[in-house]
Every structure is written in structure tokens, then in C-alpha cells.
Design a protein around this ligand. Structure first.
Ligand SMILES: Nc1nc2c(ncn2[C@@H]2O[C@H](COP(=O)(O)OP(=O)(O)O)[C@@H](O)[C@H]2O)c(=O)[nH]1
Ligand SMILES: [Mg+2]
Length: 245
């Protein structure tokens, strides 16, 4: 046992929200049901274009839970901005990223925390391709594309870590705050994995199941795949020192 293994650490959870209602409430309830006291704060990073019903629910959640704060994103549009503004506001030792659409498993945060306690790693990512992970109600075309993407990125980065494009992860806060993030849209999801990988931080993974949303629509589009690829290749050729602010 070394380093952070013996220490207590706190976690800030950033939940990105765009018009979710009942899925958001369930996300928070399931997240808190597993919390063993490590969650210091939950930051709802909310798109200002969200429905009025969603905004009211965020305000209600803020009243109900002392540790929950709502942040209306200032730079818009884009989930990349929402995450980056959330990182700036975070005050915990680690930062967990979660969606409000229940596609990212809220219970995975607890398993990522255990992984950090066991290994002292600086980043844990959710991997849907590991044994015990999977996809429920995923579009078959997207599944094939995703498989190809993961193979390609693993080869490019010469890494045994998989699911590099997935947004569910927990990262050490001081690292998240000093990396120069560039993604403004969904490409932030691959960026938050490949930049720490490239920088040489200790990365671990846990299996997790992705479950298709029952509410609303994804803001991701097919064309955004090119933004993922562009960013991953750009980072590959970026000097380590230039990864930082
Ligand atoms: N604050 C904010 N949240 C967003 C934005 N775009 C998407 N989200 C949320 O971020 C999470 C992931 O986005 P989603 O569009 O579902 O992407 P996908 O899961 O990759 O298809 C969901 O909870 C969305 O509601 C945005 O522009 N701003
Ligand atoms: Mg989603």
C-alpha cells in the first residue's frame, strides 16, 4: 500500500444535464445510495437551453441536497464546455464525470472510488468492453463502429486500456485542473482519457454497462466522430509539456 491508498479522499461529481427530468432524479438517488461519505459535492452542469421542467427539477434538487449545486453553463453550446466549467468549480480531490440520462451507470462511481483506493491510480475509466460490462439497447451500427474505433485508438496509443471514447470516468482533480482541455462538444469524452494517458498518469479501468436512455435525445451526432478522431490524432502528436495550461 502506498500514496493515496491509505488516505481518505473526497470526490466532486459533475453531472452534465440537458433537459433530463426523471432520469436526472434517479441518477442522483442511485449515486447517493452508494456514497460512503466520499462525495463532497455534486455539480449539475446544466445547458441553459434545457426545458423549464428540467431547470425546476435542478432547483428542487439543490434545495433537497446540501451538497448539490446547480451551475448553468456559461459557454454554450457543448457538453465539453459544461464539463470544463464543472472542473473549474470542483473542490474535491477527485472528479467523477456522469451523464444525467442514465446511460452512464451511477453505481460505477462507487466502483471507481474503490479502484482508486486499491491502486492509487490517477484516472479510472468505465469500460463497456470488459467482461462484466456491456451495452443495452445500443444501435447495432453504432456498436460495430464503436468496436472499430476502440481497436483503432488502442493501436494508436499502444495501450491495453479500452473504451477510450467513453465519458464515464474519475480523474484526480489537480490533474484535471492543470490540463489544457480543448474539446467543446462530445470530443471532450475522448480527450479526458487520451490526454492523461499521453501525459503518463496511472490509468485503471472498471467494467460497466451502458443502458440506452428512456428520456430525451442524445446531442451527439455521427459527424462528431470526426471530432473524436481529429482530437485523438492531434493529442498523439502533442508534446507532453504542451498538454498543460
Ligand atoms: N450541460 C450540457 N449537457 C449536455 C450538453 N450536451 C449533452 N449534454 C448532456 O451530457 C450527457 C451526455 O450527452 P449525450 O448527448 O447523451 O451524449 P451521448 O451519450 O454520447 O449520446 C447527457 O446527460 C446530456 O444531457 C450540453 O451542451 N450542455
Ligand atoms: Mg447519453
Amino acid at each position: 500500500m502506498n500514496g493515496i491508498n491509505n488516505q481518505e479522499f473526497t470526490v466532486s461529481v459533475i453531472v452534465t444535464v440537458y433537459s433530463e427530468t426523471f432520469s436526472l432524479i434517479e441518477t442522483i438517488e442511485r449515486l447517493l445510495a452508494k456514497d460512503k461519505g466520499y462525495i463532497k459535492e455534486i455539480i449539475l452542469s446544466v445547458s441553459p437551453k434545457s426545458s423549464q421542467e428540467c431547470i425546476s427539477i435542478c432547483q428542487d434538487l439543490e434545495k433537497k441536497y446540501d451538497i448539490l449545486k446547480m451551475h448553468l453553463q456559461k459557454n454554450n453550446p457543448g457538453v465539453g464546455w459544461a464539463i470544463r466549467e464543472g472542473i473549474d468549480l470542483s473542490t474535491g480531490d477527485y472528479i467523477a464525470l456522469l451523464s444525467a440520462d442514465l446511460e452512464t451507470e451511477p453505481e460505477a462511481v462507487d466502483r471507481m472510488v474503490s479502484k482508486i483506493q486499491e491502486t492509487g491510480c490517477e484516472l479510472v475509466i468505465g469500460n463497456r468492453w470488459l467482461k462484466g460490462g456491456g451495452f443495452e439497447n445500443y444501435d447495432p451500427m453504432k456498436y460495430v463502429l464503436n468496436w472499430g474505433f476502440q481497436k483503432m485508438f488502442k493501436i494508436l496509443y499502444l495501450t491495453s486500456i479500452g473504451d477510450l471514447t467513453y465519458g464515464l470516468k474519475t480523474i484526480k482533480a489537480d490533474i484535471a485542473k492543470k490540463i489544457n482541455w480543448e474539446g467543446i462538444l462530445h470530443e471532450i469524452f475522448i480527450e479526458t482519457t487520451v490526454k492523461p494517458l499521453k501525459a503518463g498518469y496511472k490509468v485503471e479501468q472498471i467494467p460497466t454497462v451502458w443502458v440506452g436512455r428512456k428520456e430525451g435525445v442524445s446531442r451527439n451526432t455521427f459527424l462528431r466522430n470526426f471530432r473524436y478522431v481529429n482530437l485523438a490524432i492531434k493529442v498523439l502528436f502533442t508534446k507532453k509539456a504542451d498538454l498543460y495550461l
